[in-house]
Design a protein around this ligand. Structure first.
Ligand code: SIN
Ligand code: MN
Length: 267
């Protein structure tokens, strides 16, 4: 289903949209069913939290699992992106950010473009970040915070932070964040499993530690126009994929063949 004029307008004005109920509970169960095996793999594409030893983010998932190979071509993600960008896109990054109960750590204030530009040589802030909430995300378990409209401001000053967490990130200067927050306000992106978030490359965002007893897993697909691909990538493939094959959406029922994982019933 294409985005409505109002949704396109909101994405343009606020830099993000939140689309509830885009994926069914059966589809979410099927996605979640793939995670234990992937998290258990000894892979450099699994980034571990600095303090707890839990998986922080599991990356390159479409190259590690057949369901995720289909999910990155799911029409409910890809068609809105093609509608907004109106040109062929490639799969730039695919991950599940985990944020485990009690221990999931902060994602500092940042724009995705700062890292895409400085580490990968992407020229323009055209990439779109497409999220699916895999757990219920509430005010308590580390939701993303967005500064609405911040994507339209001039470039946000950034510095590379490779100390705060196990994931090096170009983070936004906090004086700039204060100024933008006072101008834009703040929204926390909460919702039920199956909710989709779409946001722009220059939107200021971050998320706090998860000190709640509830996990918070989010699937993230970043797509970027082929015409705007990396020019000087410094990061490994799982952080910015080199394959520039344009993404062709699959059929809407493409996850159906994976079924819902059976639940063990104890006697
Ligand atoms: C998060 O998982 O909370 C951060 C995601 C992002 O920066 O895109
Ligand atoms: Mn981000």
């Amino acid at each position: 289903m294409p985005l409505s004029d109002q949704q396109l307008q909101d994405l343009e004005t606020d830099g993000f949209i939140i689309l509830p109920d885009l994926f069914s509970q059966a589809e979410i169960e099927a996605i979640r069913g793939r995670l234990p095996r992937l998290f258990a793999e000894d892979s450099e594409a699994n980034v571990i939290e600095r303090h707890s030893g839990e998986v922080r983010t599991a990356m390159g998932l479409h190259l590690r699992d057949d369901l995720f190979a289909d999910l990155v071509r799911h029409p409910r993600l890809v068609e809105p992106a093609l509608q907004v960008l109106n040109e062929p896109v490639y799969v730039q990054q695919v991950k599940v950010n985990v944020k485990a109960a009690f221990s999931g750590e902060v994602w500092q204030w940042h724009t995705d473009f700062a890292t895409h530009h400085k580490d990968d040589g992407v020229r323009l802030p055209l990439a779109l970040n497409l999220h699916i909430l895999l757990d219920e995300v509430t005010e308590f378990n580390g939701p993303l915070y967005f500064l609405p409209g911040s994507h339209r401001a001039e470039e946000h000053p950034a510095r590379l932070d490779d100390e705060t967490t196990s994931y090096p990130l170009w983070v936004t200067d906090l004086d700039r964040v204060r100024d933008m927050a006072n101008r834009c306000g703040m929204v926390s992106a909460t919702g039920k499993p199956g909710t989709v978030l779409i946001f722009h490359d220059t939107l200021l965002h971050g998320s706090p530690n998860n000190m709640s007893p509830w996990d918070r897993a989010i699937f993230s697909l970043i797509v970027n126009p082929v015409s705007n691909a990396y020019t000087a990538p410094t990061r490994p493939d799982h952080k910015h994929h080199r394959d520039l094959t344009p993404v062709e959406p699959l059929a809407d029922d493409c996850l159906e063949r994976y079924g819902t994982p059976s639940v063990a019933i104890s006697a």
